[in-house]
Design a protein around this ligand. Structure first.
Ligand code: HEC
Length: 112
């Protein structure tokens, strides 16, 4: 009985963690593209997907990934600028990362 409870709560925790990660780093959707086009009309599913990958690859080296929704869209440019300088991230990659972060936080972040 007790073991069953433990197993259930362990399973629940795993699912909760997976759900939290998925919610934090969504793959691009049409809604996200619409959001991204407010600041960059050339945004597409592909550029956003690239931004997501670059974000995971370039922004996890020194600290845990910060959730895109942890900042308002207008807060991201300054932060990404500072981090990109520090990490020597090329301009093109920096713009992709920023586009992704702003789209996700704009669609789903603390400003709404
Ligand atoms: C070379 C190491 C390094 C890399 C790579 C890096 N960071 Fe940071 N980051 C830091 C350090 C050190 C701090 C704490 C000092 C500070 O805030 O400047 C920090 C702080 C932060 C903060 C909190 C600061 C605030 O003002 O809210 C955010 C958000 C952040 N990083 C996002 C990112 C993102 C996004 C990327 C990828 C573009 C990234 N980091 C890549 C070193 C790094």
């Amino acid at each position: 009985m007790k073991k069953q409870w433990l197993w259930n709560s362990g399973l629940f925790l795993c699912l909760a963690i997976i759900a939290a990660c998925a919610a934090g780093l969504p793959h691009p959707t049409d809604a996200l593209v619409t959001e991204a086009r407010r600041s960059d009309p050339s945004a597409t599913i592909e550029t956003l997907e690239e931004g997501r990958k670059l974000f995971i690859a370039d922004c996890s080296g020194c600290h845990n990934l910060r959730r895109p929704t942890s900042r308002r869209p207008e807060e991201w440019p300054k932060i990404v600028e500072r981090m990109a300088r520090r990490a020597k991230i090329p301009t093109n990659d920096k713009e992709r990362i920023l586009e992704y972060l702003m789209a996700v936080s704009g669609a789903d972040g603390p400003s709404k």
